[in-house]
Design a protein around this ligand. Structure first.
Ligand SMILES: [Zn+2]
Length: 577
């Protein structure tokens, strides 16, 4: 035992001396021993003696001796430990979930294109349905005819497919109008709903004052005949209101409207119906009758849970389990349809797929991948704090996805001419990827090259440079707009080589490339006037053979997604560095 103790004392004393220099700290060394050999805690005196002995021994040693001794008795210390891999974030288990019995829903309203916030909600609901071997229902929440358009149903499905989110069933709320009417009549029969014909302003004033309107005392018979009248009444004249609680602190509970007249054709139902349910009424019913077990949604609906549960309670419908998380925003980017729509209507952005937007289409066009969006969802999780994420998070997750699969190409912004007077015409092969076996690309070389404007202005006569992956040159003339150079084999020892500046180039077999650079749309409250800029340059010839949607890396520039290819050149969007 004491031999073990002495060895251990020497090991930790050496480590302490090696790490911090000087005399080892006896307390720290003692602590390490106790942690490794808990059974010696009872023999504190022996431990202290062993530590003193070790420190004494070390005090006579030089730093080099300390290192050598440590290497001798504990060589493992010098073996580089592999960095601990950061465990990928995993979403927590779902409360009350049973394998095979989980039913979730994706509830888009077809009134616009989904954005990243919808993407998160879709992903969470999809994720848990899959995790528990359950079912996910795509349900269009389409009971607001004035806002909804046919084009959005399809667009949303396309975006879901692109997001790699699948569903097992599909339905529209608007297909269940007769069901809503049946439940509305049930509420009237129970005396739990009444038809109100007060004007809207008066109703909201009474709500504010927690006072009933006279219609609350209509008899069931009155309400049934008024309900009949509603079918042909003009918009705004009548509404069916729930008898809630006018004194409730939750204003949503103060006799809210359940159904009202909307005089507007519906994108699917046309003119078939005029009385439309509000979202809370239709949603309360659908979540139950569709057998939804779990609803994952952002907490902007928090006040409505009480109302929806109350409606279900009256109608004897089962409550799903509701799991709320905070709405999240992306810094500098509008993250709601309410904010995005006016930007499109006022032509501040070019459309729903503008690469500055965090719409699913905008993200796609910029080169953000569905996998990265899944990772954002897992990274943020079901957070209760109000997360405002930075673009850099999306970028770093996306980089993990695309780095290994993006071919490399040369691109020079603001190109300037360089002639290498003794260069021979040849075809060289460059690796498509520096670290992965993705094959080679052909590049045709003549004596004419282009380099970036930045490199051009910094070049001096007599300077030796390396054209990246090609050869070394010495600059012989900088007096005109055409820099002249020639080959050189000077200074090519390995050590010297590493000091030579490498510059990016393209040959005169090239293609015009415009890089659209999306920036932050908002600076505080204001639109950033420079949120979209363009960088023009030349890219190597192979870029012309790419297809729209390809994501590649322009070396030393950044990842880009091909947006458009036409005879005049290639337009790409900068995804991120
Ligand atoms: Zn009234």
């Amino acid at each position: 035992m004491s031999e073990d103790l002495n060895k251990l004392a020497l090991k930790y004393a050496l480590i302490n001396a090696f790490q911090y220099g000087g005399t080892p700290n006896s307390k720290a060394v003692t602590g390490k021993i106790m942690a490794e050999l808990p059974e010696v805690r009872k023999q504190a005196k022996d431990v202290i003696l062993a530590v003193e002995e070790a420190i004494n021994q070390i005090s006579k040693m030089s730093n080099k001796d300390i290192e050598n001794k440590l290497k001798e008795i504990y060589p493992e210390y010098f073996v580089e430990k592999p960095k601990e891999k950061e465990a990928p974030k995993v979403l927590p288990p779902l409360e009350g979930a049973e394998i095979g019995k989980v039913v979730t829903r994706l509830p888009p309203e077809p009134n616009g294109y989904p954005h990243i916030g919808h993407g998160m909600s879709f992903y969470f609901n999809y994720y848990y349905a899959k995790k528990y071997d359950g079912k996910v229902i795509l349900r269009f929440d389409d009971t607001n005819p004035k806002k909804e358009k046919l084009e959005y149903y399809d667009a949303i499905k396309q975006d879901l497919k692109w997001l790699k989110i699948t569903w097992d069933e599909e339905c529209n709320m608007s297909d269940d109008m007769e069901l809503y009417y049946k439940y509305a009549l049930d509420l009237i029969d129970m005396g739990k709903a009444y038809v109100c014909n007060c004007d809207a302003e008066y109703v909201s004033k009474l709500r504010y004052e927690s006072k009933d309107c006279p219609c609350v005392s209509n008899s069931v018979q009155d309400n049934l005949s008024l309900w009949k009248e509603m079918e042909t009444a003009e918009e705004g004249k009548y509404s069916l209101r729930l008898k809630g609680d006018m004194a409730s602190k939750n204003t949503v509970m103060r006799d809210p409207t359940m159904l009202r007249v909307v005089d507007h054709p519906h994108p699917i139902q046309g003119d078939k119906y005029r009385i439309w349910p509000v979202y809370d009424f239709a949603c309360a019913i659908e979540d139950s009758v569709l057998g939804v077990t779990h609803v994952l949604r952002s907490n902007e609906f928090a006040l409505r849970i009480e109302l929806q549960d109350y409606i279900r309670g009256l109608l004897n419908l089962r409550n799903p389990k509701i799991i709320e998380y905070s709405r999240f925003t992306v810094k500098g980017a509008p993250t709601s349809k309410r904010l995005i729509r006016p930007l499109i209507e006022e032509h501040v952005v070019s459309g729903w797929d503008d690469p500055r937007l965090v719409t699913i289409r905008g993200l796609k066009r910029r080169g953000i991948t569905p996998e990265a969006i899944h990772m954002v969802a897992e990274e943020i999780g079901l957070s209760k704090s109000e997360p405002e994420i930075d673009w850099s998070l999306i970028e770093s997750l996306n980089r993990k996805v695309i780095d290994s699969t993006s071919d490399r190409y040369y691109f020079v912004p603001d190109p300037k001419s360089l002639e290498v007077i003794d260069a021979s015409y040849q075809t060289i092969q460059l690796k498509r990827h520096p670290d992965f076996d993705r094959g080679f690309r052909d590049v045709h070389i003549t004596d004419k090259f282009y380099i970036s404007g930045n490199d051009f202005v910094s070049i001096t006569k007599g300077q030796i440079l390396r054209l990246k992956d090609l050869f070394n040159i010495i600059i012989i003339d900088t007096s005109t707009n055409l820099i002249k150079a020639m080959h050189t084999d000077e200074k090519t020892s390995k050590d010297e080589l590493s000091k030579i500046k490498k510059i990016q180039w393209v040959s005169d077999k090239n293609v015009k490339v415009s890089v659209i650079v999306p920036g932050i749309l908002y600076e505080g409250e204001n639109i950033n006037p420079n949120s979209l800029t363009t960088i023009n340059g030349y890219g190597e010839e192979g870029i012309a053979n790419l297809k729209e949607g390809d994501i590649v890396q322009f070396e030393r520039f950044g990842f880009v997604r091909v947006d458009k290819i036409d005879p005049s050149g290639v337009t790409v969007i900068l995804t991120h560095k």
